[in-house]
Design a protein around this ligand. Structure first.
Ligand code: WTA
Length: 637
């Protein structure tokens, strides 16, 4: 495949950036023109950030899977689309060529149809990292069903909330999943969720761990049985549903600063164009290269850079079922060595945890195939950056530090490997077509360089979210109401003397724990559901490996006897309500919380105490009861 939109030099980068500002419609219609459309669009872009209403390639007709699969069959039919590395290195790996992946996707698309799934229906996918997860995702896209993939670490309650919000009547899951030395009982978690969700009509269960599970007559069916049924039907084809560019492709839930997670909606045409454009340009992908993104498909990184971006580009994408530290801390390097990986895209938290094992696990691993390294999910500290550069890239692989969000669909600010310069701990420059602005608290633009502010984007790009499912007002409020005519990211940012961007972290009440977004309000709500808890406040604090840890201040009624047991109980409750990823790292029992006279919790003070900076608390005189602060400092854990 050739990529007409690939930007290969610094001059071309500058020229593309200029063109994308002067003539955005011309720029993006050129990019979109190299994809497969059934019918070309009528208008490139309609937009306002007020409602918001954003439409890209309106009137264009396509199906993403024709771009990911059908289009490649002639030239890349025998090329591996997916290489699957199982959790257990002793188990046989699997390779699916584009032809094989195509066959499996159309087959499962027919299974979905047979089970009553129609265009526009929401299908929840809750699986481990097996090839069938990608297959199920693409099968939904094939028939125009909207997938909502839920990360395998979320609890039954979280699943139930998401099922209800999207009114998803269909579920695809596994009996269980392997992750390191753990076995996760996925189907049983689904069963718990479904106690509350009687509207679910069908659960399709893939066999993976063959752990005993309950199968409810009339509702639950086995993946393998359903495949046999469509095989005997004879017709192996499944024509792709014709979609409008603005038909929803998927919903992905993510945490915000308030309330329950919101369902970010991405649509078909713009998302596909942007995921592929950013994939090819940031990693400077070349046909034939092997791309290994270590994220889970349950997060946006997996959607865009394991499934849609790489497959649209005809790349070979590695799906890894396990974790970086099992059976030992050399696992990533084994995978790189085994499949001659060219691009390794991972997260700072993984790098930091591997740094802790020193360089011994790297000894004897052939990493010479590596050409590009990537980082995503949270700010990468300089120490981790240099370790990655020296010991993994051996100082010959550019590192791309890619800043983006679930809401942006694809990478927004990043150096482009070997094309634009890197700078440790800087995402550096926007991709052509992305227009970042820094603003002060009042929404005034901060111009010039060597300045800090809140990061906003001035102009739409094709991958921007269109709405939050079932609640457009919430989308407006969250992203478009803080600053007029700007998309607000929620991140703070510094722009250096040369115009490079450095993301400094969230400025709202969203935590980033091991690269996972978690709202403080969500964790507080979960803690408050624990019997005996009167009130709680949750803040982040710097954590060596996770980036941020969760620190919870809890007011408990005075009936408990053993602090440690009660803390463990509270952690159990949080795991049940949200999932293990939201477990507080530290819990401190307090008799009161620092509140203003109007009853607002002063998080700034709690954050400082959690960080250990008790000497610089600032003005506490406006507090209702300043003495509570001394007590909290004394009891710090
Ligand atoms: C943070 C993940 C610094 C940021 C793709 C953002 C980053 C949030 C970077 C989105 C980076 C992501 N440098 N911070 N390279 N990448 N972030 O939705 O705070 O899971 O707002 O999307 O992660 O997280 P999300």
């Amino acid at each position: 495949m050739s990529y007409p939109f690939k930007i290969k030099s610094l001059e071309a980068y500058q020229a593309a950036s200029e063109k994308a500002v002067k003539d955005p419609e011309g720029f993006w219609s050129d990019v979109a023109g190299s994809f497969l459309w059934r019918k070309r669009w009528d208008t490139v872009l309609n937009w306002n950030f007020k409602e918001p209403n954003i439409e890209w390639f309106k009137g264009g007709k396509l199906n993403v899977t024709e771009n990911c699969l059908d289009r490649h069959l002639g030239t890349l039919g025998n090329t591996p689309a997916i290489i699957w590395e199982p959790n257990d290195p002793e188990e046989h790996h699997r390779v699916l060529t584009y032809r094989e992946l195509y066959n499996k996707v159309v087959q499962f698309a027919n299974v979905l149809k047979n089970n009553g799934v129609k265009k526009g229906d929401r299908v929840c996918i809750y699986m481990g990292m097996v090839p069938e997860l990608a297959i199920a995702t693409l099968a939904c896209a094939r028939i125009g069903a909207i997938h909502s993939v839920i990360f395998g670490g979320f609890s039954a309650q979280s699943i139930a909330d998401r099922l209800e919000d999207a009114h998803a009547e269909f579920i695809v899951t596994c009996d269980g999943a392997y992750r390191g030395n753990k076995e996760i009982p996925l189907k049983s978690v689904i069963d718990d969720a479904l106690v509350q969700c009687r509207f679910v009509k069908r659960v399709i269960v893939l066999t993976r761990t063959r752990t005993p599970i309950s199968m409810l007559k009339g509702r639950d069916v086995w993946w393998e049985d359903e495949i046999k049924k469509v095989e005997t039907m004879g017709n192996p084809d499944c024509p792709a549903e014709e979609m409008d560019a603005e038909d929803p492709l998927f919903i992905l839930y993510t945490s915000g600063s308030t309330g329950k997670p919101k369902g970010v909606v991405h649509t078909t045409g713009g998302y596909m164009v942007y995921a592929t454009y950013s994939f090819v340009n940031v990693f400077q992908y070349e046909q034939g290269q092997v791309h290994f993104c270590t994220a889970d498909i349950g997060w946006i990184t997996g959607h865009s850079y394991i499934v849609y971006g790489p497959l649209c580009a005809g790349a070979t994408s590695v799906i890894f079922e396990g974790v970086p530290t099992w059976p030992d801390a050399g696992r990533f390097w084994d995978v790189v060595d085994k499949y001659k990986v060219n691009i390794l895209y991972t997260a700072p938290t993984a790098i930091r945890s591997l740094m802790g094992f020193g360089t011994a696990p790297l000894v004897g691993k052939d990493l010479s195939s590596l050409k590009v390294l990537g980082s995503v999910g949270e700010p990468i500290n300089e120490e981790a950056w240099h370790w990655f550069d020296e010991h993994v890239g051996r100082k010959r692989c550019p590192i791309v530090d890619t800043w983006w969000q679930t809401e942006t669909g694809g990478i927004m600010i990043s150096n482009m490997a070997g094309v634009t310069p890197s700078k440790p701990s800087y995402a550096t420059l926007p991709l052509p077509g992305v227009q970042p602005v820094l603003v002060d608290e009042n929404g005034r633009e901060i111009e010039g360089n060597d300045v800090s502010g809140n990061l906003c984007i001035r102009f739409p790009w094709p991958g921007i979210l269109r709405t939050t499912y079932g609640d457009h007002e919430r989308c407006r409020q969250n992203y478009f109401a803080t600053y007029e005519n700007l998309y607000f990211t929620g991140d703070g940012c510094y722009r250096d003397e040369k115009g490079n961007y450095r993301i400094t972290g969230r400025v709202d009440d969203v935590l980033n724990v091991s690269g996972h977004r978690i709202g403080t309000a969500e964790v507080e709500n979960a803690i408050n559901m624990h019997a005996g808890v009167v009130e709680s406040a949750v803040v982040g604090y710097p954590h060596d490996i996770k980036g941020q840890g969760i620190y919870a201040y809890v007011i408990f009624d005075n009936t408990h006897e053993d602090d440690n047991l009660t803390k463990m109980d509270i952690i159990q409750t949080v795991s049940r309500i949200i999932g293990a990823i939201a477990k507080p790292d530290k819990i401190q029992f307090v008799s009161g919380l620092p509140k203003t006279r109007s009853g607002k919790i002063m998080r700034r003070i709690l954050r400082k105490i959690a960080e250990g900076e008790t000497g610089s608390l600032g003005d506490t005189s406006t507090l209702l009861d300043p003495s509570v602060v001394d007590e909290i400092i004394k009891g710090r854990v």
